[in-house]
Design a protein around this ligand. Structure first.
Ligand SMILES: Nc1nc2c(c(=O)[nH]1)N[C@@H](CN(C=O)c1ccc(C(=O)N[C@@H](CCC(=O)O)C(=O)O)cc1)CN2
Length: 284
């Protein structure tokens, strides 16, 4: 069996095309959605992701507000930028690019954001709303993964899903989305403390690998017909992306997301969805 591709690039393009129409409708009502980004430091990966977010904004007609601080920025300097974006009427929604430099209290920065402008769905108020089943902007990568599965017709209802990883952007919120009544999946969360990862992976109908550990998921660990989402980003000596999923898994799986070209573009598309939805809410 050779797996079919969960094509994030094409799916994101379709979402952006739909958003272009919605942004034009908002502009006719006098509202221009604006995405703010706060980038601290000079991590090349973060710089690339933020640049990509603004490229996407330009494509769909969303205005860009960019704030950059040096790696030496203090907690107070970062918080001052967050306060400024909270007050800026041109900024409909914004994100603080993660991770922040060592020594910065990330949670304190996220907590300071206006939850109504939280385009990432990572503010504690919005994560709490998700737990309580209340409407909230959804974390971009987990929601992007669900959209990718749905748009390719992969059955989520009743599926055994194994999530590998427990980071704040993917691993923690992913099970919350998957276990909503609308999804009805059964989720096992694995992490570095899991004793026998392979035994869990072998049971899975869907694997979401977000551990950041190169080729962690191997062909012998998965059952035939599984859908595999590769969210991991490690780098080879040449700087190329190496995912969490061994290439041989494509010979066993029914569905696989390429990396790059799978979950990454979906993360960016869902961010735009959150910005447009926030702007739509503002006009009622
Ligand atoms: N505030 C946030 N910080 C981070 C998030 C997040 O959702 N919010 N997620 C990741 C990084 N990320 C978004 O910010 C992100 C990662 C990857 C991509 C992407 O499009 N990747 C491309 C490949 C790009 C390359 O060649 O390096 C792909 O997969 O095709 C977009 C966004 C951590 N921080």
């Amino acid at each position: 069996m050779t797996a079919q591709i969960l094509d994030g690039k094409a799916t994101a393009a379709a979402i952006k095309s739909d958003l272009t129409v919605r942004v034009a409708a908002l502009k006719e009502k006098g509202v221009t959605p604006g995405l703010g980004t706060v980038l601290v430091g000079d991590d090349p990966g973060s710089q690339k992701y933020v640049a990509g977010k603004h490229r996407d904004c330009a494509q769909v007609g969303i205005a860009s507000i960019q704030r950059e601080l040096p790696a030496t920025a203090t907690q107070e300097e970062i918080e001052a930028v967050v306060r400024e974006l909270n007050e800026d009427p041109a900024c409909t929604g914004y994100i603080v690019q993660l991770p922040l430099p060592r020594g910065i209290d990330e949670n304190r920065v996220l907590e300071l954001m206006d939850p109504d402008k939280d385009a990432d769905g990572l503010h504690p108020m919005n994560l709490g709303r998700l737990v309580l089943n209340e409407p909230a902007p959804l974390p971009c990568t987990p929601n992007g993964i669900l959209t990718l599965l749905r748009r390719h017709g992969v059955e989520i209802k009743g599926a055994e899903v194994v999530v590998v990883g427990r980071g704040v952007t993917i691993g923690r919120p992913m099970p919350l989305l998957l276990t909503r009544r609308s999804e009805n999946a059964t989720v096992t969360q694995c992490h570095t403390g899991t004793r026998d990862l392979s035994s869990h992976l072998k049971r899975a109908d869907i694997i979401i690998a977000a551990a950041g550990s190169a080729h962690l998921v191997r062909p012998e660990d998965v059952k035939p017909g599984v859908a595999v989402l590769d969210v991991g980003v490690s780098r080879s000596a040449e700087g190329k992306i190496v995912g969490d999923v061994h290439p041989g898994v494509a010979e066993v799986a029914a569905w696989i997301s390429p990396n790059p070209g799978g979950v990454g573009p979906m993360t960016r598309a869902q961010l735009l969805v959150n910005v447009v939805e926030a702007a739509e809410r503002s006009v009622g």
